[in-house]
Design a protein around this ligand. Sequence first.
Ligand code: PMP
Length: 386
Amino acid sequence: MAYFDYANGCPVDERVIEAMLPYMTDEIGNPSSVHSMGLKARKALDEARDRVSDLINGKEGDIIFTSGATEANNLAIIGYSMRNKRKGDHIIVSSIEHMSVINSCKFLQKNGFEVSYIPVDRNGVVRIEELENSIRKETILITVQHANGEIGTIQPIEEIGKIAKEYDIAFHVDATASLGKIEVDVERMGADLVTLSSNDIYGPRGVGGLFIRKGVRIQPIIVGGGQEKGYRSGTENVAGIVGFGEAAEITEEEYREEAKREEKLRDEMIERILDGIEESYLNGHPELRLPNNVNVRFSFVEGESLVLSLDMEGIYVSTASACTSKTLEPSHVLIACGLKHEEAHGSLLFTLGRGNKEEDVDRLMEALPRVVERLRMMSPLYKKKS
Ligand code: PMP
């Protein structure tokens, strides 16, 4: 098989599993228990927190562990806005955010907030001038992702961070897609709140975190026993958090080399697809791009049919982020980049990871041109043209 869907499902590193296992068998203490087993669990949590913090240069703040990036985005956006409502009721967000960000903003709109959605250019880069022009005296939060998981475009995040600082507005960055692929440094970004996810760095699923800068106040959105300093109640997922910590440590040591390797494969894939298949075009930015992301649109074919045809050949790809592909709507990210509906529907997302080798690209290139051609032959539009 050839697996090109790492952004939607990533294996857990064997070393991570090993680190987690004791916390599912022997070390079962609850971090809130005062006995020595509880204390051991608490220490394990603290160590994981330090490891995740080190990966993002987070010493000027704290990490709050959550059930994943979706919850961290909700906590950052809803939690910050609710807590700071008396300062203002306006939020600025890019139009190509993950649905957990977009829908957090929509939730706030239903609850009395105003939201400005900032357009992007054809390559998916946020239009900074429009972002700056949309700032009002009521603006309390700017939220922009570091990189887009679907089209791979990396945003000018430091520049946006500087604008936020200049106007004294809190800045939230969703770093889910960029963590472990490119440098995530909360200081350089100028970010106050940063969303992180474990599975994207070969840690377990169902674990994530939110970096909260010292002095930034947010309101919890999950209330209960007051765990995670009151920001996120519920008995901690100790094994999962330990796994996230281990994955962070491994990532810090290994990601630079791996990113270089994947970048080479990425460039080769892009070149071979665009050269080998007529009327295929790259989506996203040609240079400011995640090292593991290839997103290509093919005229006269449906992405879904391509996914299913490739599946039969043991090749696994996606049309978009798994979270959006459940709906029949075209990807809001591609539409925001100015693609027509049929162009968005004809797009394929390939995401690379540690397991990919040159042979996978060969396998893909043996199947893809043939599959595209077969599907095109069935398209009345394609026939008319040729
Ligand atoms: N933000 C971004 C940029 C993503 O790509 C994703 C999906 N991996 C999420 C948030 C949500 O992650 P999860 O489904 O793990 O909560």
